[in-house]
Design a protein around this ligand. Structure first.
Ligand code: TXA
Ligand code: MG
Length: 339
């Protein structure tokens, strides 16, 4: 007899999810199973955050080391308060201004949460996703949903349901995937640690730093400086968010064209990710000069190019200004050659 297929896909209406689909997925979660679902940032691989066995299934499905804490996804600030041991005024301010949205708050954990959820850390990451399917699923399940990005460990986060289905095709755990179309932001949430004296960004993400500064004044950032210190947040692993095909960032379109010409003359299969169309026979994907649109398309582009049997992906460096900070961060991690 054949085993259960690891991945089952169900299409769901993104703006107005069908209750029958949501109820089925919620039942899987309540029974301890895994449901991948769309959020506004990327697809998440969800399990009941209060069930230690269910949380363990997430780690197995992703091949993720047990030392990486998971984000608890909740439907509103009231539900967030149930998973934390403290809710400072600053958390309330941020929740009111930024939720639902791409901001994860790291706060002291509620003592009754499974240890596996926070990988043994004293703090928990919590956020309210801005996606009708995610919100409906959390409400129907009636519990917080633990969910990392629904990619195999170290891979590029999924922004489409097929990215999830492909990435988890060999998962040792069955996964129900809700296909709610493209994830709009296309980059993971900004992770902000509120347990430090100064609020500290652990991972740059979909919520711009400028917005946090507007709300908080001073904001520290650890992101973007991966070193050899123990990682305060595993999203800071030097190589992370990486496609299988090697990737290199070139400082300008001219430098990229010269390098591509040289490599192609040597018989290499090369493709380029550019800000504006370039000349020549090079296989080009143009992502434009608007950081929001670029960010929304980047991971889908990496997933698509990964399937094309290339030797190398060359990326034209985006502008240096802060609006591109998250994109620079992800490109840097995607090209790092060591872990
Ligand atoms: O946009 C997102 O955040 C997506 C969607 C599905 O919500 N989720 C996501 O989860 O990217 P994941 O597990 O791939 O990344 C979570 C990041 C990691 O860098 C993790 O280390 C950090 O959040 N994080 C989670 N809990 C933490 C904690 N208690 N302390 C420090 N960092 C934490
Ligand atoms: Mg991830």
């Amino acid at each position: 007899m054949r085993g259960m297929p690891p991945v089952r896909l169900l299409t769901v209406a993104a703006a107005d999810p069908e209750p029958v689909i949501i109820d089925e997925a919620a039942a899987v979660l309540r029974a301890g199973g895994l449901v991948a679902f769309p959020t506004e940032t990327v697809y998440g691989l969800g399990a009941n955050a209060l069930d230690a066995d269910a949380v363990a299934r997430i780690y197995r499905a992703k091949g993720r080391p047990a030392g990486n804490p998971l984000i608890a996804h909740v439907a509103d600030a009231a539900m967030a308060r149930d998973v934390v041991a403290a809710w400072p005024a600053i958390a309330e301010t941020l929740a009111q201004a930024c939720w639902p949205g791409p901001l994860t708050l790291v706060l002291p954990r509620h003592p009754e949460l499974p240890l596996a959820l926070t990988a043994g850390l004293p703090a928990v990451g919590v956020r309210v996703p801005a996606h009708p399917v995610a919100l409906a699923l959390i409400r129907a399940a009636g519990v917080p949903i633990a969910a990392p990005s629904a990619n195999p460990y170290m891979g590029v986060s999924p922004t489409r349901a097929w990215h999830v289905a492909e990435g988890l095709a060999n998962s040792p755990e069955p996964v129900l995937v809700l296909d709610g179309g493209p994830a709009e932001v296309g980059l993971e949430s900004t992770v902000l640690d509120l347990t430090r004296a100064i609020p500290t960004v652990l991972r740059l993400g979909g919520l711009p730093l400028a917005r946090l500064r507007e709300l908080l004044g001073e904001v520290a950032t650890l992101a973007g400086e991966p070193g050899d210190q123990p990682l305060p947040s595993p999203g800071l692993a030097r190589r992370h968010y990486a496609p299988r095909v090697p990737l290199r960032v070139l400082p300008s379109a001219e430098a990229l064209a010269a390098e591509a010409t040289r490599l192609m003359a040597a018989g290499q299969r090369v493709a380029a990710i550019l800000l504006t169309p370039g000349a020549g026979a090079l296989h080009q994907t143009v992502l434009g000069t608007d950081p929001t649109a670029y960010g929304a398309a980047l991971y889908a582009t990496l997933h698509a190019l990964d399937g094309q049997d290339l030797d190398l992906l060359l990326v034209e460096a985006p502008p240096a200004d802060e609006a591109w900070a998250t994109i620079h961060d992800r490109l840097k991690r995607a090209q790092a050659s060591e872990i």
